[in-house]
Ligand binder design. Structure first.
Ligand SMILES: NC(=O)c1ccc[n+]([C@@H]2O[C@H](COP(=O)([O-])OP(=O)(O)OC[C@H]3O[C@@H](n4cnc5c(N)ncnc54)[C@H](OP(=O)(O)O)[C@@H]3O)[C@@H](O)[C@H]2O)c1
Length: 349
């Protein structure tokens, strides 16, 4: 198979670097363009990028020139790791120029005609793309993945939704520093500390899972009728977002059946064979002190959601802890899986 040429927008940032790493030797995609801001355009990637990942920078990227983030580069699919403001301006221009854009940015996630997708949860929501193209007159399109804290939480809730129904969820996040990009939170703000405020994050967690858990009907997504209350906190962890969730169902359920349901969850058949799909979507830990970010974030190469401490909740029905790697499944890995889904569905060729 001839590989599909792909671009990484915002390739020098925290998420962009994950894309550079995950796309090395990808079986379907070949990176043909890396873009940045005025700060790095024109430089070789190896010089302009301050590499923050533990593994070395892949050789293929080192000598590539950083290009302007605007239409003109050679690629059919563009993975976007742009800040929301930059995405708001440039992603529509790229879609209008014919590119398929798989975006991590929040700019268009809640737009009614833009799919917000986790392939294990709602791969059918790509059905919005035809409506988006018709309404906006774009030959290309924009598809998004959720905020990194919503990812693992939504996967866990999707596993439970068909069996028990979802009524209410109270969630408290403990979010890693890499979720704020680089340089992110100042060291003197976070050392020996927890910051109980992440701008815009609570609103995202209270809205995005409802869209993904909703149903596509007549060209629109009906959000799931579940109500979320979220508290978000930044903690001194490098990678891996943890969420403590208390959930009320439509039908009463106990920890044993909930744990079984989580462990048995499988992605829809088409998604299971995608190159970046996790073999196990959810790993359920039975130890009283797991999951932990340092020990569990690399489960399934960062694509498996780890759930533990499944127990009875005195207020709602059940409570548990969810861990998901924020820059892998929560960002670049999730967006890459979305790109693979587009190929499998014939929306990118
Ligand atoms: N970090 C996470 O865990 C995570 C998870 C899910 C979603 N996201 C989302 O992913 C996006 C990227 O996050 P990040 O953490 O990687 O941010 P980041 O480290 O700050 O990187 C931002 C990237 O965008 C480029 N950029 C900035 N302003 C630009 C402009 N005006 N035009 C073109 N390029 C511009 C930067 O290029 P230069 O280096 O050349 O300036 C850099 O490559 C954000 O929308 C974020 O909300 C992040």
């Amino acid at each position: 198979m001839t590989k599909i040429p792909v671009a990484i927008l915002g390739a020098t940032g925290a998420v962009g670097q994950r894309f550079v790493q995950l796309l090395e030797a990808h079986p379907w995609f070949e990176v043909t363009a890396l873009t940045g801001s005025d700060r790095t355009v024109g430089q070789q990637y190896g010089d302009g990028c301050r590499w923050v990942l533990a593994e070395p920078m892949p050789d293929y990227a080192r000598g590539m020139l950083v290009l302007p983030t605007e239409p003109g580069f050679e690629a059919r699919l563009a993975f976007s790791a742009l800040p929301a403001e930059a995405a708001r301006a440039v992603e529509p221009a790229l879609a209008a120029a014919g590119y398929a854009v798989s975006s991590n940015a929040s700019a268009f996630r809640m737009a009614p005609d833009v799919p917000l997708i986790i392939p294990e949860v709602n791969p059918d929501h790509t059905g919005l793309i035809a409506h988006q193209r018709a309404a906006r007159g774009w030959p290309g399109f924009i598809l998004t993945n959720p905020n990194c804290t919503s990812t693992g939480l939504t996967i866990a809730l999707k596993a439970l939704q068909p069996a028990f129904g979802l009524r209410r969820a109270m969630v408290v996040s403990l979010q890693a520093l890499s979720g704020a990009g680089y340089p992110g939170v100042a060291s003197l703000d976070i050392l020996d500390n927890v910051v109980p405020y992440i701008p815009g994050e609570e609103e995202k967690i209270e809205q995005e899972p409802r869209k993904m858990l909703g149903t596509l009907h007549a060209g629109a997504v009906r959000p799931a009728p579940v109500v979320f209350s979220a508290h978000t906190n930044r903690v001194a962890v490098s990678d891996g977002h943890m969420v403590c969730a208390s959930v009320e169902f439509e039908r009463a359920a106990g920890p044993k059946e909930v744990a079984e349901c989580l462990a048995g969850f499988e992605a829809p058949e088409m998604v299971r064979t995608l190159p970046s799909a996790p073999r196990q979507v959810i790993e359920v830990r039975s130890e009283p002190d797991r999951p932990q970010p340092r020990k569990d974030r690399l489960a399934g190469a960062g694509m498996t959601t780890v759930v533990g401490r499944v127990r009875t909740d005195p207020l709602f029905h059940v409570k548990f802890v969810v861990l998901s790697h924020n820059t892998v499944h929560g960002a670049a890995g999730g967006s890459l899986l979305n790109g693979e889904l587009l190929v499998a569905q014939g929306l990118v060729q």
